[in-house]
Write a protein that binds this ligand. Structure first.
Ligand code: 13P
Ligand code: ZN
Length: 270
């Protein structure tokens, strides 16, 4: 059997966590990533009948039974994932109506999956209904988006419109916009349920005064989605306190959307 550390999905996960840390999005242990894997991807590297541990998830999610995920560990520092991948990452198979995660590899220090597993798995389930190619759920604490939630209206339409107006191509990258949740206690099933609900209409969900969730078909695409929203938030914070002399109008946003063949979220443009 091949060495799991050479699997492209493990290599890419390590690179992504490192890159997120280098962008300043993941101080200390903040942030978490989950990547849906095909059984055939796992079988190439692991004996799928050899379960290391069974860990209760604390919720039910029958639609994910039998699915495999590569998931960052709770309390693990993204800056260290590259040095200790077998300790800081784990491969799980969900069983028992979503109530149990069978650990097939990783968390070698006795650790377990991220405390945000409810938001991750519930978001996977929600997004797979919208897009069967969705594979990634990514959470992090980018400074500008986080700061923006202190000074901007948290209404999803208003928040999205501001981000779209900050860079011409934002509307191409996230035409579905950004949904914003008010402050809620993190690491709970409640915030997981609320996040998954918001994921039905957008691939980006901001947690006010906390961070952001992004989803996508692969790690690069999801990283790019968060990167683009974070860039827009950075521009916003640079200009918000200055007298604004010009902006991108709704007519111009319509022009960009038409030109690039994307459909902006219904009702978000005038
Ligand atoms: P974990 O260390 O449990 O992944 O939590 C980090 C975090 O960002 C919580 O929202
Ligand atoms: Zn967080």
């Amino acid at each position: 059997m091949k060495d799991i550390l050479t699997a492209s999905y493990v290599v890419e996960m390590i690179r992504t966590a490192t890159n997120m840390y280098n962008h300043g999005w993941d101080e200390r242990n903040s942030g978490n990533i989950s990547l849906l894997l095909a059984e055939s991807d796992v079988e190439e590297y692991l004996d799928i009948n050899s379960v290391q541990r069974e860990i209760p998830t604390g919720f039910e999610l029958p639609e994910l039974d039998g699915k495999y995920f590569l998931v960052t560990g709770t309390g693990k520092y993204f800056k260290n994932v590259q040095y200790y991948p077998a300790r800081d990452l784990g491969i799980l198979r969900i069983t028992d109506h979503g109530r149990t995660a069978q650990l097939l590899w990783g968390y070698t220090d006795g650790g377990k999956f991220t405390s945000e597993l409810p938001a991750h798995l519930m978001s996977h389930a929600a997004r797979l209904k919208e897009n069967p190619h969705n594979r990634v759920v990514m959470h992090c604490h980018p400074s500008n988006l986080l700061a923006m939630t202190y000074v901007h209206d948290l209404d999803s339409r208003a928040f999205t419109r501001t981000l779209w107006q900050m860079c011409t191509e934002c509307i191409m990258v996230f035409p579905d916009g950004v949904n914003v949740l008010p402050w809620m206690l993190c690491g709970t099933n409640e915030i997981g349920i609320a996040t998954a609900e918001q994921m039905r209409t957008a691939r980006l969900v901001v947690w006010a005064q906390h961070g952001i969730y992004g989803v996508g078909a692969d790690l690069d695409e999801t990283f790019g989605l968060i990167e683009t929203a974070e860039k827009a938030a950075e521009i916003y914070l640079k200009v918000a306190h200055l007298p604004i002399r010009t902006t991108i109008t709704d007519d111009q946003l319509h022009q960009v959307a038409n030109h690039l063949n994307v459909t902006p979220r219904e009702g978000f443009l005038n």
